[in-house]
Design a protein around this ligand. Structure first.
Ligand SMILES: [Zn+2]
Length: 435
């Protein structure tokens, strides 16, 4: 029988498929053709069955799906370290003033490129990204081979290009039309910042814009006590209720944070199908609190993970988010069985993909998009590797990622970025930060 041709075969000590059964293939391999996974199985079988343009062998490593970061602001790498150890309210005040001074299509491109470089070098292949100049970010992501989900952002009357709200709606409509034309198969996104920086009328206009375009929605909700109070001041109710009344609490919306929830809000979130992007590192750093993730999971709500931007989280590090999600809720519940290592990997991969509506991302199975990370575990910090889930969650770090494959393309090879010049990205970032 003639061997079947594929583009790439990856082999490693184990493949964490993250399929429904949690299958781990020891001495495993993944065969990829045209950006799609063709087969997963024992390396001996796949190497006999397929002939590949390249076989990338990674002894001492495990292969896992690329991380799906369901809440970030990539270009905020420009502002890393600019507002540490302050409250969310002070953070936002400082950030918005710096952003209005600094941001342009050029600087957002530079910040986003550095952010995507950090993501790819740390095993993240998809991000839900809320920021200004979304056209600029999309162009950078397309060059880098990164799966970026974004769309027009609405943040009250804040616009670095000086539009009023009507102008922002018109620009939003134009961006959605262009995105639809350029990537007809991808879902569109509309990004109202929050129920405290937008009033009810604005939220309803944004919902109508999203409905007309068939777009998904991403927003912040109930991140801090201060935010809950501000929503009450601006809109007379708690953020989740305001969003619900505006028609934005649906299975096509992702809420970032959702830290301060009542029991009733948890029930409503679960019933509506809205997804919660849990950002534990950012929530801790800003002193916002600890999201009620065990209660959300018990209610069968959709939960995924995000980093938030580098200015609020310190880094776009999904290993940190996954590990923190696994650790934090053991601490709050005094229950070490809460969020196992495997469950944490699911939150960071397949659950994130489902939250953002990607049915063919987040697991390593035939027919899925080839978004993968190859992580070295034969290291001082991860040996011996008794359980690859445990190694990935409790021991490995972002710098242990050897290779990253996005849509079948090797975008990080032996820790060298292939689609972004790392030195140029860093130099440009420093130049903008020094302005
Ligand atoms: Zn955010």
């Amino acid at each position: 029988m003639a061997a079947e041709a594929v583009d790439l075969i990856l082999t490693a000590d184990a493949v964490l498929t993250v399929d429904a059964a949690g299958t781990v293939v020891e001495a495993g391999a993944v065969a990829i053709r045209a950006g799609v996974i063709v087969a997963v199985g024992p390396a001996v079988d796949l190497l006999a069955r397929f002939v590949a343009v390249e076989v990338l062998a990674s002894p001492g490593c495990v292969i896992a799906p690329g991380w799906v970061n369901t809440h970030t602001h990539l270009a905020m790498n420009l502002f890393r370290g600019a507002a540490d150890d302050v409250t969310l309210e002070v953070f936002l005040e400082r950030m918005i003033s710096a952003e209005m001074r600094t941001l342009s299509a050029e600087t957002v491109s530079i910040g986003t490129r550095a952010g995507i470089a950090e993501c790819l070098a740390g095993g993240t292949t998809t991000a839900l990204d809320m920021y200004w100049f979304p056209r600029a970010s999309r162009a950078v992501a397309a060059e880098a081979g990164f799966r970026l989900l974004n769309g027009p952002i609405f943040m009250g009357d804040q616009d670095p290009e000086g539009r009023d709200f009507a102008g922002m709606l018109a620009e939003g409509r134009a961006i959605l039309a262009d995105n639809r034309a350029e990537t007809p198969d991808d879902d569109l996104w509309v990004m109202p910042h929050s129920a405290y920086l937008l009033d009810r009328g604005q939220l309803e206009s944004i919902r109508a814009l999203a409905a007309d375009a068939g777009a998904r929605v991403h927003t912040h909700a109930s991140e801090s006590h201060g935010e809950v109070a501000m929503a009450a001041q601006v809109n007379g109710d708690r953020p989740v209720a305001v969003l619900d009344q505006a028609g934005l609490l649906t299975a096509r919306t992702v809420l970032a944070h959702a830290v301060h929830l009542t029991d009733g809000e948890i029930d409503r979130i679960a019933a509506s199908g809205v997804a919660v992007a849990h950002c534990p590192v950012s929530n801790l750093k800003l002193g916002c609190g600890i999201a009620r993730v065990p209660d959300l999971l018990a209610a069968d709500a959709a939960v995924s993970l995000g980093t938030d931007g580098a200015a609020s989280a310190g880094a776009l590090d999904m290993f940190a988010a996954v590990r923190m999600a696994a650790l934090l809720h053991k601490g709050t519940t005094n229950d070490p069985t809460m969020i196992s290592a495997e469950r944490a990997v699911r939150l960071g991969t397949v659950d994130g993909a489902r939250a953002v509506g990607l049915a063919d991302v987040g697991t390593i199975e035939a027919g899925m998009q080839a978004d993968l990370q190859v992580v070295r575990v034969e290291t001082l910090n991860a040996q011996p590797t008794r359980d690859p889930w445990s190694a990935l969650v409790y021991a490995a770090t972002a710098t242990d990622v050897r290779h990253t494959v996005a849509r079948g393309r090797i975008v990080l090879r032996d820790r060298v970025l292939q689609t972004i010049d790392e030195n140029t990205a860093l130099r440009e970032l420093s130049e903008v930060a020094a302005r």
